[in-house]
Design a protein around this ligand. Structure first.
Ligand code: SAH
Ligand code: SF4
Length: 390
């Protein structure tokens, strides 16, 4: 059973036009230096900008405030001035669904860049587990990469998310979970994974800014060790994840030879397995304490044999790695089936015996289509079901 709440009406975005008719500039999603710049260009004296940025930063990301009038560290006239010039509005939460296993999924409506088109939507998913809670966020609306087992891959890329929209997914989840101010201990959201919709390395700059904001100790304070970026293998960008972002890396490997991987992850034709693994070997900061996670979706009769497991172990030799076996999550019209449980266990055993931790990821939130690879904007899903009904 799943519960679906339509909370669109309770969560209206604030009007985005200033009294003079100009759009109010968003402050959420600006890194610390960019926030200071925005304040200076709004007329705050340079000497004060650092302090003001600090006050705002605490208000936005430590306290979770959404209204300038609540920022009591600022004088009343300054609050009013900020209110006139800037906005703190979150994107609109269209629905929140809660799975029977406690997984939550939010459908979030973003601002439309084309007033004639439907506003794009993304999904974020919260997965509670004993002692930890992971928030899975999206980096693009749709995806260009068309992996054949992924539901998101069947949706065309609509656009990249801005840094503000990436950060907003955490703010929305924290709002819903009542997790303000940022707790030091006993948090509900302990980890973040960029494993929702889209390929984060095709939106590098915005993802980088967003992670800088998420990991800042004065605000949301999620350590980079607890933020994992998952890529389908955009080889030229992998080094930059280590040197410029410094978060954890996950690679969607899914196959141990090029012909199979070409089929599952078409990007493999551009960046084949050998090049991908070379980039992993050279990943800055790689060590036994900072391993790369290799994701491997278990597809019946495609990539799940004992030989595949042995080849996987051989390929990863010398790379500090964790292997995450993901039972395939079905979606309507998917051309694959999930491997049988026995095959998955045999596969896991071979990998374990070779010394790799290889947890089998328990599917979560399948009843609300929140599991890995099931995400797709609701509007797209409706279109798809209309097509299959014809
Ligand atoms: N584009 C990035 C991140 C988003 S996909 C990437 O591909 O890594 C997040 C993870 O979900 C990836 O490992 C992806 O391969 C996996 N995934 C996609 N579809 C899935 C499905 N139907 N069942 C299980 N896992 C899936
Ligand atoms: Fe895009 Fe990742 Fe899905 Fe492939 S698995 S289509 S890269 S979201």
């Amino acid at each position: 059973m799943s519960v679906s709440l339509d909370i669109a009406h309770e969560n209206r975005t604030a009007p985005l036009t200033a009294p003079g008719g100009n759009a109010r500039a968003p402050l959420i999603g600006l890194t610390w230096p960019k926030l200071q710049e925005a304040l200076v260009s709004a007329g705050i004296p340079e000497k004060q900008a650092r302090m003001r940025a600090g006050q705002l930063w605490t208000a936005f990301y430590h306290q979770g405030l959404t209204d300038f009038s609540d920022i009591t560290t600022l004088s009343k006239p300054l609050r009013a001035e900020f209110e006139e010039r800037f906005t703190l509005a979150r994107p609109e939460v269209v629905t929140q669904q809660i799975s029977e296993d406690g997984t939550r999924k939010w459908l979030i409506r973003l601002a439309s860049t084309d007033p004639r088109a439907r506003a794009p939507e993304v999904e974020a998913v919260y997965i509670p587990e004993p002692g930890r809670g992971t928030l899975c966020i999206s980096s693009q609306v749709g995806c260009t990469l068309n992996c054949t087992f992924c539901h998101t891959g069947t949706q065309k890329l609509v656009r990249n998310l801005t840094a503000a929209e990436i950060v907003a997914q955490i703010l929305i989840a924290r709002d819903a979970l009542g997790e303000w101010p940022t707790p030091k201990e006993g948090r509900k959201i302990t980890n973040i994974v960029l494993m929702g919709m889209g390929e984060p390395l095709y939106n590098f700059d915005n993802v980088k800014d967003a992670i800088e904001i998420l990991s800042d100790g004065e605000g949301l304070s999620i350590s980079k060790r607890r933020i994992t970026l998952s890529t389908s293998g955009v080889v030229p960008m992998i080094e930059k994840v280590g040197s410029e972002i410094g978060c954890m890396l996950a690679i969607s490997l899914h196959a141990v030879n090029d012909p199979t991987r070409d089929l599952l992850v078409p990007l493999n034709k551009k960046y084949p397995i050998a090049e991908l693994l070379d980039a992993c070997r050279n990943f800055p900061g790689l060590s036994n304490a900072r391993r790369i996670t290799f994701e491997y979706v278990m597809l019946k009769g495609v990539n799940d044999s004992k030989e595949d497991a042995k080849e996987l172990v051989r390929l990863l030799k010398g790379i500090p790695a964790k292997i995450n076996l993901i039972p395939f999550n079905p979606w309507p019209g998917a051309p694959y089936e999930c491997s049988d449980w026995e095959e998955i266990e045999t596969f896991a055993e071979i990998v374990n015996r070779a010394g790799y931790a290889s947890p089998i990821r328990t599917p979560r939130g399948r009843d609300i289509m929140a599991a890995c690879g099931q995400l797709k904007s609701e509007s797209e899903r409706l279109k798809a079901s209309a097509l299959t009904a014809q």
